[in-house]
Design a protein around this ligand. Structure first.
Ligand SMILES: Cc1ncc(COP(=O)(O)O)c(C=O)c1O
Length: 441
C-alpha cells in the first residue's frame, strides 16, 4: 500500500462536489441528475453504462453560448460517444458532427444531423467512404494528404459532384497531452505540413470537382492548457493570410477539438477562455470558425457502474465485474478515473490504498493503482466517473465478455438505450465451415 498516493487522492465528497450532476443521497446513495444509480444497477445488473442527458444538454449549451460570441459552430466529434441518443441530443442542441468513417456518417444521419452540418476527418478515407460523403452532400471533407486530394477529385468527377474540402494542416505543435492522443506534431500521421499547404491549396483550387473552402487542424485530445492552441492557431492564421495573399479564397477555419476535462482534481478547460483564444487568433480575418469537441461535451456525463466481485492479496486488490474490455482508457492511456461507492455509508468510511482491477487476464486490466478508497466488500457497487467519452465506444468483447448495457437518464427518468449483449451475440455472424468436420479430412 502506498500511503503517499492514498493521501494525495481527492476524497469521495470532493469528487462529488466538483460534479454538479452528481449527489450522494443518505438513503438512495449516488444519484445522477435525479436518478439513484442503484435503481439502474438493480434493474440491469452490472457492469452498466449510464449517461446523463441533462448533463450533455447543459454542456452543449454552455459551449455553444461561449463560442457564439466568436461565431464558431460546434461540430461534435462523434468518435467520443456515437450512441444514437447522444447524437440526437447533439442535433437537438444545434450541433453538427465531425465524423471519421462511413459508419459514423451513417450514425449521425440516422440520429437526425443534417448533411450540411457534417464534416469528415481522418487520414485514410476509402473511395467508398468518400463516395458516401459526396452522395450525402456533407459540408466539408478535411483533406489530410496530396494522395487523398486526388482520390476525392476522382470520386467527385465520377459522381459529377463538387467536393467542398478543407486542407488539414499539421502545425507541428506539442499539445502537452498523452503521446497516444497527440496529433499535431510533425511525427504524427495527421495532416499536411504547413510548408506544403499553400502549394496543395493551389492544386485543390485548380482541380475540377474540388472546391477548397478553408483549412482545418486538430492538435490532440485532453488539452488543458491554452498555450498549444495559441501556437497552433497562430500558424493557421498565418496560413490564411498567405493563401489570401496568393489570391485564394479561404472562408473557413476548422479549429478541431481536444478541449480537456478534469478527471481528478485538475480544473477542466473553460469554454470562455477557449473562445477568447479563438477570438484573439483570428481577429480581423473574417473567417467562419468551426470546432470539433468530443470529450468536453460528453466525458463528464457518463459513468460505468460495477460491482465488487472479491478482494484478494490481503485486501490490496479489489476485483470488479467491469474490466478493460468495457473501459480501456486506464490500460491504454494510463488514464485516472474517479471511483466512487454507490452507497452513502460506504462512501463515508475510512480509506485505504487499493488496486482496483478487472477480471481480464492482463495485468493492464487495472482501473486504479494504490487508490485511496473507502473499504469495499464483495457485492458493493462503485461508479467509475467521467467515462462518457472514449468509454463504451472503445469497448470490446475481449475474453468473450458481452458488451454492457447503456441506460440514459433524463432528469428523473431513465431508459435502457442499449440492451446487454447475450452470449449468443458473441458468435453472431461466425460460422464453423462444414469441411472442418468432414471425416476424410
Ligand atoms: C479530427 C478530430 N477532431 C476532433 C476530435 C475530438 O477530440 P476531443 O474529444 O478531445 O475533443 C478528435 C479526436 O481526437 C479528432 O481526431
Amino acid at each position: 500500500m502506498d500511503a503517499h498516493a492514498a493521501a494525495a487522492d481527492p476524497s469521495v465528497a470532493d469528487l462529488i462536489a466538483a460534479r454538479p450532476h452528481l449527489a450522494m443521497h443518505p438513503f438512495d446513495g449516488l444519484v445522477l441528475e435525479d436518478v439513484p444509480l442503484n435503481a439502474i444497477a438493480d434493474a440491469l445488473g452490472t457492469p452498466v453504462w449510464v449517461y446523463g442527458a441533462g448533463t450533455i444538454r447543459a454542456r452543449l449549451a454552455a459551449l455553444t453560448a461561449a463560442l457564439a460570441g466568436v461565431g464558431a459552430q460546434v461540430h461534435y466529434a462523434v468518435k467520443a460517444n456515437d450512441h444514437l441518443a447522444v447524437l440526437r441530443l447533439m442535433a437537438q442542441g444545434g450541433a453538427g458532427a465531425d465524423v471519421v468513417s462511413a459508419g459514423e456518417l451513417a450514425r449521425a444521419r440516422r440520429a437526425g444531423i443534417p448533411p450540411d452540418c457534417i464534416v469528415f476527418s481522418g487520414v485514410g478515407k476509402t473511395v467508398a467512404e468518400i463516395a458516401a460523403a459526396l452522395s450525402e452532400g456533407i459540408a466539408q471533407i478535411n483533406i489530410e494528404s496530396a494522395a487523398e486530394l486526388d482520390m476525392v477529385a476522382a470520386v467527385a468527377a465520377r459522381l459529377d459532384r463538387v467536393a467542398k474540402v478543407a486542407l488539414r494542416i499539421n502545425p507541428d505543435v506539442d499539445a502537452g497531452t498523452h503521446a497516444k492522443i497527440t496529433t499535431g506534431r510533425a511525427e504524427n500521421k495527421f495532416g499536411i505540413a504547413c510548408a506544403e499547404a499553400a502549394a496543395l491549396y493551389a492544386r485543390a483550387a485548380a482541380l475540377p470537382g474540388v472546391a477548397p473552402v478553408g483549412i482545418a487542424l486538430h492538435i490532440g485530445s485532453q488539452i488543458l492548457s491554452l498555450a498549444p492552441y495559441r501556437a497552433a492557431y497562430a500558424r493557421a492564421a498565418e496560413l490564411v493570410r498567405t493563401l489570401r495573399a496568393a489570391g485564394h479564397s479561404v472562408r473557413r477555419v476548422d479549429c478541431g477539438g481536444g478541449i480537456g476535462i478534469g478527471y481528478r482534481d485538475e480544473p477542466g478547460a473553460a469554454p470562455d477562455a477557449f473562445a477568447g483564444t479563438l477570438r484573439q487568433a483570428f481577429a480581423g480575418l473574417e473567417v467562419e470558425l468551426m470546432v470539433e469537441p468530443g470529450r468536453w461535451l460528453v466525458g463528464p456525463a457518463g459513468l460505468l457502474l460495477a460491482s465488487v466481485v472479491l478482494s484478494k492479496g490481503g485486501e490490496r486488490f479489489v476485483v470488479l465485474d467491469a474490466a478493460m474490455n468495457d473501459l480501456v482508457r486506464p490500460a491504454m492511456y494510463d488514464a485516472w478515473h474517479a471511483i466512487v461507492p454507490l452507497a452513502a455509508a460506504r462512501a463515508a468510511g475510512a480509506v485505504a490504498a487499493v488496486d482496483v482491477v478487472g477480471p481480464v487476464c492482463e495485468s493492464g486490466d487495472t482501473f486504479a493503482r494504490a487508490r485511496a478508497l473507502p473499504r469495499l466488500a464483495a457485492g458493493d457497487r462503485v461508479a467509475i466517473l467521467d467515462a462518457g467519452a472514449y468509454g463504451a465506444v472503445m469497448s470490446s468483447t475481449y475474453n468473450a465478455r458481452p458488451l454492457a448495457p447503456i441506460a440514459l437518464v433524463d432528469g428523473g427518468n431513465w431508459a435502457v438505450v442499449r440492451a446487454r449483449q447475450d452470449v449468443h451475440d458473441l458468435w453472431r455472424g461466425e460460422s464453423v465451415p462444414e469441411f472442418l468436420d468432414r471425416p476424410d479430412r
